[in-house]
Design a binder for this molecule. Structure first.
Ligand code: SF4
Length: 411
């Protein structure tokens, strides 16, 4: 009797929006080493801060929901314990702040003597805490009452682009992401509440000012529910136009990310129509010196979309030099620059999904080349801008890095 052999296991490759799409677009080869090879970056400050601020906002929301602590929150009593908790969670995953840039690791800096006055936002070493405090006290009080579901895992599957029965790994691939969701029911309830207690919700104000958003919701009858997706970014607002053609167009990729999230969410049974997404660029609340250099350049060269109406702030930034103390920017300027509303348009959503498909097709083709024996550096394209290359761990052996590694010495 011939025994049947066990069939090959059926695996659907999974791709995440932030971990794969955004990181692959930064540099294909760096993505290969860091994400697929699970080689953690040696100085993952950007990643640490992104995850830290996300975690702080999520945890702060949960605490607000249970304890309803009134804003403003006290940094030492209410916020610092959350920071410590998130820092520990990240340490377990091997993510540490870069001590020279960001103060933080509780192992190195016991906090019993720290006070809110230590959160001097001009001191680079306390940036992470200063931003966490601003994010909660500026946006938390407007955002938390509108959140309906937090940390929602959204998943979906799509047909594998350029599928080939013989060579492709699977005929489908999965996409996943995590978002917070606001509903119109909560927005309307908050609107009524706002009128009663004279509290103006800033997020509702921004939504009311947005003509595309208003046009979109005018199609709904009263009582129809809709949703808005929220994402936080531990970075400054990206420019709307990029001057360096090699640099990744973050403005565009963030929009694609929101549009893909909206498609994923729409596939879930309990979802309502998704009309928009909001991204919070939280570094804008406390910009670092590097952020200020970029903001200054973008304002001077018309590369950014907001901020020009704040004449005093624009003048302060123009006068500011790198060796000066950070300029005293107004909250209005910071708030306006830290929020971005992206309206969901079906045609653009389709384009974003096709773009995601094409990224997956390129990743899959590089993977298959590698599986067939091609060398890593030949299978994955190494191409990025100078800023990314200079912070890259692989620059010493990458054939295509744009930064000359003349300082590199073998001890
Ligand atoms: S050095 Fe630059 S091109 Fe090379 S892997 Fe790193 S980011 Fe990519």
């Amino acid at each position: 009797m011939k025994l049947p052999s066990r069939s090959k296991s059926y695996i659907i490759p999974e791709y995440s929006l932030t971990g794969d799409l955004l990181s692959f677009l930064t540099c294909n080869l760096q993505y290969r080493y860091q994400n697929r090879g699970t080689l953690p970056p040696s100085k993952p400050v950007q990643r640490w801060f992104g995850e830290f601020i996300h975690g702080v906002m999520e945890e702060a929301f949960i605490q607000w929901k249970h304890e309803n602590t009134q804003f403003p929150w006290d940094w030492k009593a209410d916020i610092r314990p959350i920071e410590e908790l998130i820092d520990l969670r990240l340490q377990v995953r091997g993510l540490y702040p870069y001590d020279e840039d960001l103060f933080f690791s509780i192992l190195n800096q016991p906090d019993e003597n720290l006070t809110i006055d230590d959160l001097n936002e001009h001191d680079h070493k306390k940036l992470a805490s200063a931003r966490a405090e601003r994010a909660i006290n500026i946006w938390g009080k407007h955002l938390f009452p509108l959140i309906d579901s937090s940390e929602l895992l959204i998943k979906g599957i799509r047909e594998m682009p350029e599928y080939n029965e013989k060579t492709s790994r699977s005929n489908y691939y999965g996409i996943n992401g995590v978002v917070d969701v606001l509903t119109s029911m909560k927005i309307n309830k908050n609107l009524k509440q706002s009128t009663l207690d004279n509290f103006n919700n800033k997020i509702i104000e921004f939504l009311k000012k947005d003509p595309d958003f208003q046009k979109r919701i005018s199609q709904f009858d009263e009582g129809d529910d809709y949703e808005i997706i929220i994402d936080y970014k531990g970075m400054k607002r990206p420019p709307v136009k990029i001057s360096n053609p090699k640099a990744e167009d973050k403005w565009k990729t963030h929009k694609q990310q929101i549009l893909t999230y909206s498609w994923l969410r729409s596939k879930q049974e309990d979802s309502k129509p998704i009309v928009a997404g909001i991204i919070f660029y939280l570094n804008e609340l406390v910009p670092s010196k590097e952020d200020l250099v970029l903001i200054k350049d973008e304002l001077q060269n018309g590369l950014t979309d907001v901020g020009y109406d704040f004449t005093r702030d624009v003048q302060l930034i123009e006068k500011w030099q790198e060796e000066d103390k950070a300029p005293d920017l107004s909250d209005g300027f910071k708030i306006e620059r830290s929020i971005r509303i992206i309206n969901v348009d079906e045609t653009e959503q389709k384009d974003a999904l096709e773009k995601f498909d094409s990224v997956v097709a390129t990743i899959e083709s590089s993977l298959i080349k590698e599986m067939n024996g091609c060398k890593i550096q030949d299978a994955w394209k190494a191409d990025s801008d100078e800023r990314t290359c200079s912070a890259c761990d692989f620059k010493t052996f990458c054939k295509n890095n744009s930064v000359k590694t003349k300082d590199f010495k073998i001890p």
